[in-house]
Design a protein around this ligand. Sequence first.
Ligand code: GLA
Ligand code: ZN
Length: 674
Amino acid sequence: MTTPHTPKIPYGGDYNPEQWPRHVHDDDHRLFTRARIDTLTVGVFSWSLTQPGPDVYDFTTLDRIMDRAADEGRRVCLATGTAALPPWLAKRHPEVNRTDFEGRRHRHGQRHNFCPSSPAYRDHATAMAARLAERYAHHPALLAWHINNEYGGACYCELCAEAFRAWLRDKYGTLDALNDAWWTAFWSHRYSDFAEIEPPSALTEHWRGPDHTAFQGITLDYFRFTTDALLGCFLAEKEVIRAHDPDTPVTTNFMGMFRPLDYHRWSPHLDFASWDSYPPLDAPPTWSALAHDLMRGLKDGAPFWLMEQTPSTTACRDVNPLRRPGELRLATFQALAHGADAALYFQLRASRGACEKYHGAVIGHAGRDDTRVFREVAELGGELESLGDATLGARTPARTALLFDWDSWWALEISDGPSRLVKYQEVVHAYYRAAREAGADVDVVPVTADLTAYDVILAPVLHMVKGDLARRLEAVAARGGTVVTTFLSGRVDEHDRAFLADVPGPLAPLMGVRVDEWDSRPRDVVQPVHLGEETYEARLVFEIVLPRGAEPVGTYGDDFYAGTPAVTRNRFGDSGGEGWYIATALDQPGVDKVVRTVLARHDLLGPHADQPAVETATRVAPDGTRLLFLLNHAPRPARLTARTAATDLLTGKRVEAGEPLTLDPLGAAVLRLQ
Ligand code: GLA
Ligand code: ZN
């Protein structure tokens, strides 16, 4: 199953009419029509309304919302609403409330804080999902199921401790295997009974918070357990929905690069991926692009839904800047360029009270349609309508893959040594950014992905190497491809035990290097790295590399290892393949230099690689039509030369090869190539 079948890009978002008297609904629909809004995400937080007491269900309001949507010709992404506990449930079954990392049992409040192991939660949530599915499976407005909301966070209660022990029994079989995996001879941790095992928290293995643990193996397994426990909640709801509705696609909204949950463990169970994009303040455009590509990678490159973005501003940050004129449009076309088949907002109408009343919305408190935000939303709605189905179902023909691995992310960031300053996302983003700004389409894939379609594999900070990955990377190079990896890669096995071998462990033969030592320094220590004619800056970690077959491409400029290799290239196999090892955290220009050199070898530099502010992305529609998205992230016009004849689907204008092509500041074009 893939994204729901629609004649055009679904456009709309989170809609909470249950917060409003009925006359407001009339205004809503009038305004939705003006803004070309055709899709409503309904019921995300309506549990206490639809089930006001243990044995009382009341669907009057939801019926009205659904029927009204159908009458108006709109479709509904219907949420099961199980992400915020109704007060009566929290009171009646206190164990549905989470116990936090410090061991405090919470009481009713906020949301996204149910215990995933509580049978009372599970029973009530699935009962709700089942009733909704039974009632609305054949409703004409129903387009998709939206289970829960933004799953995340961990619980440390006794029920979770028991569930963790059962999960461990299942994983390891015997205590011997577990003791070996966790290396429990260290600090007298040998377990003689599963009952002795405690969740790793502030009361047990941790100090200074969730990243400081005495036993990485235990903490890693708790991350994996938490991922699976929440997945279990999702699957339980999905199962009861399926019992009543075999056909409607089911999703849950993810959060892109969200560390607590390994979304790759979820992906087989989603009919389609969807996610909520709230990029960090001042993040470069490649940050959201990376998250989009990660989400597209969940379902082997199939399109996903952009389930939420703000039309203007967030509310939860200390400062909440506006999206400037044009930024919403550009971000939306960027999502489409990376594989989104829907463009939805949080939220359609601003809530009147509580903590999100100042969150941006299509319709503000005054209910006007002549605000800047409403105008931009409506204009964008018109443009998306004009695209029809041209982009739906299109795929990305990438020949570059970036490996993204939650296990490596976790292992790296909970490690004592070499450096707490190395952040997984930052290093991964630097390599992704280099490839994207050079115009390469990039698939962001799990380490288990089939790599045979790719010429270039970027595997930054691949701290943990599992299974047959090293062999599959060697196979890429053996058929002439290039594999790039970095410092702090190839360090530990799946249990976070160091490899009893030269660093980078199983990657050493492909890289042709041996790393003997590593120097970790504060952020202000800068090491010059000479690469060709240029000198770049490196920081944080400087690995000392002995070439074992590889040739130095760049060298350190300072300290006792001055003149030794910082960047190496190893020829591998007989087909011209290479393994590149980057032994330090190069600055962005240095990463750009390396990645562009590698991409150029495979003729993968994009048509406008000389203009890094112009993002390009290719999608191939199901009928084979090639679409080239051009996105100008700069606040000034971009002047390009068309490489092939094309028609801009947004303006209808045609350009011939060699003709000038100008993009407005923050402008976008969707070129149909021929
Ligand atoms: C998340 C949630 C929404 C809302 C928005 C606000 O994405 O899913 O319910 O809280 O954040 O930005
Ligand atoms: Zn719990």
